[in-house]
Design a protein around this ligand. Structure first.
Ligand code: 5GP
Length: 186
């Protein structure tokens, strides 16, 4: 672990160390093993950012379960519609299933709400969401399905452990936040 890293034009400093991420992940896994006892949930990871968290979380799950991934892309729609999202690869067999969406980070909550709507269309038995990181100050409205949150973080840009800056940094073991220059030094 290094305290400070450089990716392209930005400097990042350590926010969450891997051993703390592992501890929280283990606790969430234990809680899910209890909450879904005698069930067979399907975990759906939202790519790309969730791939490491999903892998580590699923290693803590001891009940029978299935796993899938989706990729959500967003692009600018017409001025009236704003950001339009599209999901690729959502499993088509979610009717009557207990679904757990796994996200890397919930910022405004638009992506998670979009995924929840897409899952709801298939008539699942239940839907819950789990996120590694949550930025409460950026969240537009509370999301009742968000049952499991590993860490609440300030409204700052973060990289590492699945999260990227300009495609880079996803392979970092720890999570870093963008280092900002104090205003009196600008
Ligand atoms: P939301 O739809 O909740 O606003 O944003 C969710 C998506 O925005 C995440 O899946 C992630 O791709 C991206 N995102 C939001 N905040 C950050 C951040 O601090 N760092 C990185 N790397 N991506 C972020």
């Amino acid at each position: 672990m290094t305290n400070q890293i450089q990716i392209e034009d930005k400097t990042f400093e350590i926010l969450l160390e891997k051993h703390n991420i592992s501890k929280r992940t283990r606790l969430i896994g234990i809680q899910m093993n209890v909450d879904y006892e005698n069930k067979c949930p399907i975990f759906i990871g939202v790519l790309n950012g969730s791939f490491l968290f999903m892998a580590d979380l699923l290693r803590e799950i001891e009940i029978p379960c299935e796993i899938g991934f989706i990729k959500v892309s967003s692009y600018e729609g017409t001025a009236s519609k704003g950001i339009v999202k599209q999901a690729f690869g959502l499993p088509g067999n979610l009717h009557n299933r207990d679904v757990i969406i796994v996200e890397d980070i919930v910022d405004t909550g638009l992506t998670l709400n979009y995924v929840l709507d897409e899952v709801r269309k298939q008539g699942p038995a239940s839907i819950k969401a789990c996120t590694l990181l949550l930025k409460p100050e950026a969240l537009i409205a509370p999301i009742k399905e968000l049952e499991y949150t590993a860490f609440e973080i300030p409204n700052e840009f973060v990289v590492g452990y699945g999260l990227d800056y300009d495609g880079l940094g996803r392979n970092l073991k720890d999570i870093y936040r963008e280092k900002t220059v104090p205003s009196h030094l600008l």
